[in-house]
Design a protein around this ligand. Sequence first.
Ligand code: ACO
Length: 377
Amino acid sequence: MPHDFMPGLAGVPAATSSISDVDGQRGILEYRGIRVETLCAESSYLETAYLLLFGRLPSATEFQQWNRDVTHHRRIKFRIVDLLKCLPEQGHPMDALQAAVAALGMFYPGRNVKDVENNYWSAVRLVAKLPTIVAAWARLRRGDDPISPRDDLGFSENFFYMLTESVAPPLWADIFDDCLILHAEHTMNASTFTGLVTASTLADPYTVVASSIGALKGPLHGGANEEVVIMLREIGMVEKARSYVSRAMENKKKLMGFGHRVYKVKDPRATVLQQLCRRLFAESGSSPLYEVALEVEAAAGESLNSKGIYPNVDFYSGIIYDKMGMDIDLFTPLFAMSRVSGWLAHWLEQLRENKLFRPDQIYSGEHNRPYVPIDQR
Ligand code: ACO
């Protein structure tokens, strides 16, 4: 049966899912039917991860158990640390994360993906260990020893501790936790789809997540948050923002952190991130990058809003991480250590009725060409 080719599979459903929903016209994002704004106000990243993975908010006892399981599995094996030590320190942290996650699968074989119990522990390990790997790499590459996780600290507090060896101000941990909630899931995007293609072969969850990490790295997806801060630094001051945007428009250059395949209004995550920026700066002083970003948004809006192009999740997140002293190239790994819960939720959902992905193609080549021997070409 002939089909129309849809470049980028735009608008083509790849799954039926009850995990999250985007209303791109009204700028609404829900996880399991709950608005992300509500989750940021009321929930924590770890509780949101449970909601995504298991379909409902946990009871107090269930949350206690989930929290305990994740907390007890934060440590990584010394051989994973050894593996990280062998990687070139100039390499991108997303590559280090992908390599370490793939290697994790060798320590915790999860090949029988029909085993529900095993799948639970794989999910626990992946949610628990990604932050430890990200923090370990960030330290190792500058010659510092990794710091072991502390069981008395919450998920986000512990991440800061493993990164800096000090406990972050409560507001920072709180804001960071909200950032993790906002990045945890987003329907059928490139990295989720990549993971599902891998999962459809019944590969183990570590391989699934390693595949998704690879897709998230690119600058058209998660990698845009790095590019935004590079752009804002390059602009440098509010006065230069308008001329930068005009030049970009004249040269048909895409502004990083703007535009989305689904949202035709401002990404609701960008709106919450802006509120988080304001909370952070009220306590810790403003960031010149934020002032530049506001001016870029205003200037870009004049030419792009009529095309349905507005700031996306990547536009304001990097400004927060930068203010918290995180290296630019850690921004996408931070995205990954949050999004892992969304990837795994899709993996578990798909396993219930798995079908191998095997799309079609429209062949545009020739037929019946003769084979010409090499000495006659
Ligand atoms: N800046 C300027 N113009 C843009 C931008 C942008 N950021 N995004 C889209 N446009 C324009 C295109 O030039 C094109 O214009 P034209 O119709 O006049 O040729 C039109 O809008 C459609 O653009 P496409 O790239 O075809 O739209 P698509 O739906 O494929 O784009 C995408 C989505 C890839 C995210 C795009 O907006 C983009 O490249 N943005 C910049 C990178 C970015 O921020 N990525 C992060 C996305 S969020 C995430 O993945 C977590």
